[in-house]
Design a protein around this ligand. Structure first.
Ligand code: ATR
Length: 270
């Protein structure tokens, strides 16, 4: 029986994951089937069990199930524990359910692909939800000099920074208290979805500064348009999506796909 994989979400109709993993499978010659499953909001665990009974070996998990996948996993990777979320599930040979998260490494790989300075960089992270939490430790691991978490709800930024206080130079503040300049500003808020721009001061970027939006769309997000006006180089989150998928594929199959062709292909299809 062909090994089955899937992405679980709700809604899931617009997911690019089936497209990405089908391309990875073709490229690497791995015989897998990968589909999108819209699990009921109240029964992620039931949907996962039905999938396993039908030959499912592993899955990607997206909104709103990353915390439920975290709770369901029997063995958590250290990085999933720190992120408080699981985006990759896999059945081990021992029959146990393993949970990991590849979002943070996906971001770091994409930043590296764009020659973004990480070692020694001053980094501003906008937002203090799950998307932010998942990337803090990988950014610190990559050697950033300091990481400032800024959020609309200041207490959430402070609480998130406190979670990682023993791992590096991390602080939390509100948008009003942001003091630049930064080498890298990452938008991990969901403001772009609504076409909103967090209230940011001018002079936010260093001369070589880079703006990164975890969101992506056919047109630059409002944050990336603003950053370009400030003179910053700007990059959207399409590459992060592809890189986190590649890391999941590697976890499942121990084969690392080449992400470069996918970048061009998906960009052309936006
Ligand atoms: P995710 O898991 O994607 O991070 P989340 O946990 O709902 O989703 O977090 C969304 C983040 O976007 C939060 O940091 C939120 O700010 P608050 O904590 O103050 O709610 C931020 N956000 C959402 N809409 C925003 C907006 N219009 N302007 C600024 N920040 C916004």
């Amino acid at each position: 029986m062909t090994d089955r994989y899937a992405v679980f979400g709700h809604p899931i109709g617009h997911s690019k994951s089936p497209r990405i993993h089908a391309a990875f499978a073709e490229q690497t010659g791995e015989a897998i089937a990968y589909t999108a499953i819209e699990a009921p909001v109240a029964d992620f665990a039931g949907a996962w069990r039905a999938f396993v009974a039908a030959g499912g070996r592993g899955a990607n998990v997206t909104v709103p199930f990353k915390q439920e996948a975290f709770a369901l996993a029997e063995v958590l990777s250290p990085r999933a524990r720190l992120a408080g979320a699981v985006n990759t599930l896999m059945l081990g040979r021992d029959g146990k359910l393993y949970g990991d998260t590849t979002d943070g490494v996906g971001l770091v790989r994409d930043l590296e692909a764009h020659a973004a300075p990480l070692a020694g960089a001053r980094v501003l992270l906008l937002g203090a939800g799950g998307a932010s939490r998942g990337v803090i430790e990988p950014l610190l691991e990559a050697g950033v000099a300091s990481l400032t978490v800024a959020n609309r709800t200041v207490a959430k930024a402070e609480a998130l920074a406190a979670l990682f206080a023993d791992k590096g130079e991390v602080s939390g503040c509100g948008f009003d208290d942001v003091a630049g300049p930064f080498d890298l500003v990452i938008n991990a808020t969901s403001a772009s979805l609504a076409g909103d721009l967090p209230p940011l001061p001018a002079a936010l970027f260093t001369a070589e500064g880079l703006a990164y939006d975890m969101m992506y769309a056919a047109e630059p997000t409002v944050f990336l348009r603003w950053a370009a006006e400030q003179g910053a180089r700007s990059v959207d989150g399409l590459g992060m999506l592809i890189e986190q998928a590649a890391e999941s594929f590697w976890l499942w199959r121990q084969v690392r796909p080449d992400t470069v062709p996918l970048r061009e292909l998906l960009r052309s299809e936006l």
